[in-house]
Design a protein around this ligand. Structure first.
Ligand SMILES: [Fe+2]
Length: 266
């Protein structure tokens, strides 16, 4: 998920537009959404010094920029190398999910048609989300500031990257990529309660001060990025984001002994 841990410093609080309504059919078209809060952050990842990778990233970024001019989401024709990175990471995570993840998450992944074989396209996930919760995914070229990210949630839209991590470190990425978004976050948006929770945070982000944005970002970060739900008396992670890779390269499941709150995911 394209969300930063630090708050935007420069953006001013924005009023909720008077025309805003919560009914799904009143939500604005992509083309009518406001884009001024999208500020891309610095590029710092394992492929930053690989000219071929940078070129590919620039091309995929151009698709996101085109989206902001046309409102049309363009699918990416992923290369064999990119598909192989997905297959490697997705199959490893699938093993962990089968052992540890909430049944809700496993079903959501199936409902979205996410498989280990190929990188899912935003357009196909958008079609499924439209049927399930009316949520939408919009392409973005990289990490964005907290206010912009959260504000878009108020329109039931998640800004989602389409590029994939660098092949030199398939098991690790310091920034969101299509694996992180599609496996870690997007399945949660098949749940109407989660969509409403996200929208509520987004509405707050529209009118929050810079200090409040930092708090909202932290709230969203620690409830979503490290999401846990109760299931049959136990605590289960909701997403890939709850699996962290340790420095010793051993996959482990992150548990929290405090600050765990239950929420209804029915
Ligand atoms: Fe994330």
């Amino acid at each position: 998920m394209a969300l930063t841990e630090t708050a935007a410093q420069s953006n001013k609080a924005q009023p909720i537009p008077s025309g805003f309504a919560s009914k799904e059919d009143d939500l604005p078209e992509f083309l009518n959404l406001q884009f001024e809060n999208i500020n891309e952050l610095h590029l710092d990842h394992p492929g930053a010094n690989d000219p071929e990778y940078r070129k590919r990233r620039d091309y995929i970024a151009s698709l996101a920029k085109r989206f902001r001019e046309t409102g049309e989401v363009t699918d990416v024709e992923y290369t064999d190398q990119e598909q192989k990175i997905w297959q490697h990471v997705a199959s490893r995570l699938e093993e962990l999910h089968q052992k540890h993840a909430s049944p809700f998450y496993l079903k959501a992944k199936r409902d979205l048609g996410i498989t280990n074989e190929r990188i899912p396209q935003l357009t196909e996930m958008n079609r499924r989300l439209a049927e399930l919760t009316g949520f939408r995914l919009a392409p973005i070229e990289g990490l964005v500031e907290t206010r912009g990210f959260l504000t878009w949630l108020s329109y039931r839209v998640m800004l989602s990257t389409q590029y994939i991590r660098h092949h030199s470190r398939p098991d690790y990425t310091p920034e969101p990529d299509v694996v992180h978004e599609s496996i870690g976050h997007i399945p949660m948006f098949t749940n109407p309660n989660f969509v409403e929770f996200s929208r509520f945070i987004g509405l707050g982000a529209r009118r929050a001060t810079d200090a409040q944005i930092e708090e909202l970002g932290r709230l969203y970060w620690f409830t979503v990025e490290f999401g846990l739900v109760e299931h049959e008396g136990g605590i289960k992670p909701t997403a890939q984001a709850s699996f962290r890779r340790s420095e010793s390269s051993k996959m482990h499941f992150r548990t929290t002994s405090n600050a765990v709150r239950s929420t209804s995911m029915k």
